[in-house]
Design a protein around this ligand. Structure first.
Ligand SMILES: [Zn+2]
Ligand SMILES: [Zn+2]
Length: 235
């Protein structure tokens, strides 16, 4: 799959690089918020600051939430990948923390998803047999689709935008009493809009168990971001 064609656009918050075709927009993308108008904020919107704006103390807008702050409540510039900014942008102290967590997802967990993991696939109700073939499950580089590759069997790709829920499957506890992740159940709508579910299970004999567990944890994080984006993008 070739990388989607992108264009450079300028907004008041900075330069953004976005796909030319709406169909190529990453499911993690969220839109820029409207800015609170200067006339509506006379004091810093950080409730524990509330400093009054004047010609010396100027307003600064957080690029993530669009609210209005004094310089010291909105001074960090941090990458904001979900809004497609090329450079780090100014964010308030609350948003900075959210963006830093997200950037950890983009730097680390997203790569895990695109690298892929080995799983046995189960439709609901099936038992795993030794004969079950292993699938290499991967997120495509445009982050839109999970594909399932195996030499013997086929499974339809799952669109991230059509994911309805994910649930971690567990089997027993480890020596420290923590639940052990054994797989993930993904509920989704297929191209006919039918509801489906596929369970990705780490084979007990797998030599790449750790990789599978990392992939599952990353998918759970990915779904959380997509779910949040859906909630905030609703009109
Ligand atoms: Zn903010
Ligand atoms: Zn302030």
């Amino acid at each position: 799959m070739s990388a989607p064609e992108k264009k450079l656009v300028r907004s008041k918050s900075g330069l953004r690089m976005i796909p030319v075709n709406n169909m190529d927009i990453s499911p993690f993308t969220v839109s820029e918020p409207p800015w609170v108008p200067d006339s509506e904020c006379l004091v810093c919107m950080n409730s524990s600051c509330r400093v009054k704006f004047d010609f010396r103390r100027r307003r600064h807008h957080c690029r993530r939430c669009g609210r209005c702050f004094c310089n010291s409540c909105c001074e960090s510039k941090v990458p904001l990948i979900r809004m497609c900014f090329i450079d780090p942008v100014r964010q308030c102290n609350v948003c900075v923390e959210i963006s830093r967590k997200e950037n950890e997802f983009f730097d680390k967990h997203l790569k895990t998803l695109c690298n892929g993991g080995d799983f046995v696939l189960k439709e609901s109700g099936e038992e795993i047999e030794d004969s079950c073939s292993t699938f290499r499950c991967k997120l495509t580089t445009d982050n839109r689709t999970v594909t399932f590759d195996s030499n013997h069997d086929k499974h339809e790709p799952v669109q991230m935008a059509k994911l309805e829920s994910v649930q971690i499957l567990t089997s027993g506890v480890d020596s420290e009493g923590n639940m052990v992740a054994s797989g993930i159940a993904m509920k989704y709508h297929n191209h006919n809009s039918d509801k489906n579910m596929v369970k990705l299970v780490i084979s007990p004999t797998s030599t790449t168990k750790r990789e599978g567990q990392m992939w599952i944890a990353a998918m759970q994080k990915a779904f959380k971001l997509i779910h949040e984006a859906r909630m905030t993008e609703k009109p």
